[in-house]
Design a protein around this ligand. Structure first.
Ligand code: AHR
Length: 531
């Protein structure tokens, strides 16, 4: 009896300890380049995203560069932000751009009715936004007002920003900017089915056709026109838009939030149990079939894949932090949010045949932000660290990966994928691999095998056969301190800004020249570079 028990015990151990093979097809041909814009950001006049977040004004005691927070500028430089959407969101369909130009003290105020009734003083407007993008080498993505604006208003905004000469250009010059800006992305409305005008898709498709007609390309500036798309599972919106206006658009947007309910409490960003942790990750990866379904509809009307799908809002959405304005959507950000970011980015990397942009909501102080600010202080969230660790995927060539994900089981018995992998090769020839272990309590052994790549970790070169190429491996890991749920709930805040921060990762070794054995700790995100 004792012997049988021992045999069973070692069999179980064997199953748990057996490594999962991940096959990296690093020689696969004709793979798409992952557009840098997949790592895009979103900013809105909402809560403290613009004011206190990006903009403090030139006279502020907070160190700034022409009014932009210096610490934020430096942090964003590290991320290589490719594209930034502005001024909303719902705000965009109530925004009248003329209120935000000219001498700041003369700009009219408005009530920001979407977001807490806050008084907007318009001190951050077109010049402030486009100069910010220019300073950081970011592609601007302007979201135009269709809901409460007019065709003329949007057409003139485009002219003001991008024409070299003419009445609008003269006005811009009088406001201090001689040369036009380059503006590529133009959103024609936002959530036109909801806060952007409660329109039916048939009506909006016609509105879109009309508005886009008058948004002209001036002096070599080529607009990439984006129609306001569906939310989540609204496939009908995509169908009607593609059918009615697909030929008139360069891109169609989509919004998908990892939000557990749209009615009642969305849950706390910081307090959650293991079930809630796994359900959240389950909701995040549900975007994969959602993307597939929207893409299939687009394929029907646009088999050449000329029209891009732009996921121009995504991320986690929790209850606001206690004591903050419910209309300001200020939420904390834990290692759980970082896992959502990494899982989502791995999915987006695999969809770039159609998906050409993704903008996480939002860049600072709102929803799943990169950065939190308070007075002079700044905190980089776990999500920021994911974006920093993944930045080599921008403009890298996708590398297909085969693996069957471990399953993890939540305490209430629901099953979720336990592993997520993505790989890409950057222009300098380096191979980048991102690995996510979602399990709260089990480390995972992986065997990464490559077509014919020989790898070694630094200081281990003698093991490699003479003839094969020698490659150096380095890695980074992101995980919270402690174990289990405590590690997944770890976060950075004022007073403890570095609880979750990337560290060097060395838990790998080569075997037989082209196999890399990696041990992924529980609830961790690892990026590897093979040079
Ligand atoms: O990001 C917050 C809001 O979410 C945006 O303003 C809106 O487009 C979406 O509903």
């Amino acid at each position: 009896m004792k012997r049988i028990f021992l045999a069973l015990a070692s069999a179980a151990l064997c199953i748990c300890a057996s490594a999962q093979t991940v096959k990296i097809h690093e020689k696969a041909k004709d793979q798409p380049v992952i557009p840098a814009e997949i790592y895009g950001q979103f900013s809105e006049h909402l809560g403290r995203c613009i004011y206190d977040g990006i903009w403090v004004g030139k006279d502020s005691s907070i160190p700034n560069i022409n009014g932009y927070r210096k610490d934020l500028v430096e942090a964003l430089r590290e991320l290589k932000v490719p594209v930034l959407r502005w001024p909303g969101g719902c705000f965009a369909d109530e925004y009248h751009w003329r209120d935000g130009i000219g001498p700041q003290e003369k700009r009219p105020t408005m009530i920001n009715s979407n977001w807490g009734g806050t008084i907007e003083d318009n001190s951050f407007g077109t010049h402030e936004f486009l100069d910010f993008c220019e300073m950081l080498g970011i592609e601007p993505y302007i979201s135009g007002n269709v809901g409460s604006g007019s065709v003329e208003e949007l057409a003139k905004w485009v002219e003001y920003m991008t024409a070299k000469d003419g009445t609008m250009a003269d006005e811009r010059k009088a406001n201090g900017r001689q040369e036009p800006w380059k503006v590529k992305y133009l959103g024609v409305g936002n959530e036109s089915w909801g806060c952007g005008g409660c329109m039916r898709p048939e009506f909006y498709a016609d509105m879109y056709r009309r508005y886009q007609t008058y948004c002209r390309n001036f002096d070599g500036n080529r607009l990439f026109k984006v129609a306001s798309g569906a939310s989540d599972y609204d496939y009908d919106w995509t169908e009607v838009l593609m059918k009615g206006a697909g030929k008139n658009m360069d891109g169609l947007s989509l919004h998908y939030y990892t939000c557990m309910t749209w009615s009642g409490s969305k849950g706390s960003a910081l307090q959650f149990n293991a079930d809630e942790y796994y359900n959240t990750l389950g909701k995040a990866v549900e975007i994969e079939p959602v993307l597939r379904k929207h893409e299939a509809i687009m394929d029907k009307y646009d088999p050449e894949r000329r029209v891009a799908l732009l996921l121009d809002e995504w991320g986690t959405w929790w209850d606001v932090e206690p004591g903050t304005n419910p209309g300001h959507l200020y939420q904390q950000n834990t290692m759980r949010d970082a896992m959502v970011a990494a899982l989502s980015l791995n999915i987006f990397n695999a969809h770039t045949q159609r998906l050409k942009m993704a903008n996480i909501a939002q860049i600072v102080n709102v929803l799943q932000s990169m950065i939190l600010t308070k007075g002079n202080e700044i905190v980089l969230t776990p999500t920021y660290h994911v974006f920093r660790m993944y930045k080599a995927f921008q403009d890298a060539t996708f590398v297909p990966v085969d693996y069957s994900a471990f399953e993890v089981e939540s305490p209430s018995g629901r099953k979720y994928p336990g592993l997520s992998v993505s790989a890409a090769r950057s222009e300098d020839g380096a191979l980048h691999i991102a690995l996510v272990n979602t399990s709260l309590d089990s480390a995972r052994e992986l065997e990464l095998s490559f077509d014919d790549l020989a790898v070694y970790s630094a200081g281990n070169s003698r093991k490699v056969a003479k003839k094969v190429l020698v490659h150096k491996v380095s890695g980074e890991i992101l995980r919270g301190p402690g174990k289990g749920l405590a590690s997944a709930a770890a976060f950075n805040d004022f007073g403890h800004p570095d609880d979750v921060r990337p560290a060097a990762f060395t838990d790998f070794r080569t075997e037989k020249g082209n196999v890399l054995k990696v041990k992924l700790p529980a609830a961790s995100i690892v990026t590897l570079v093979i040079e």
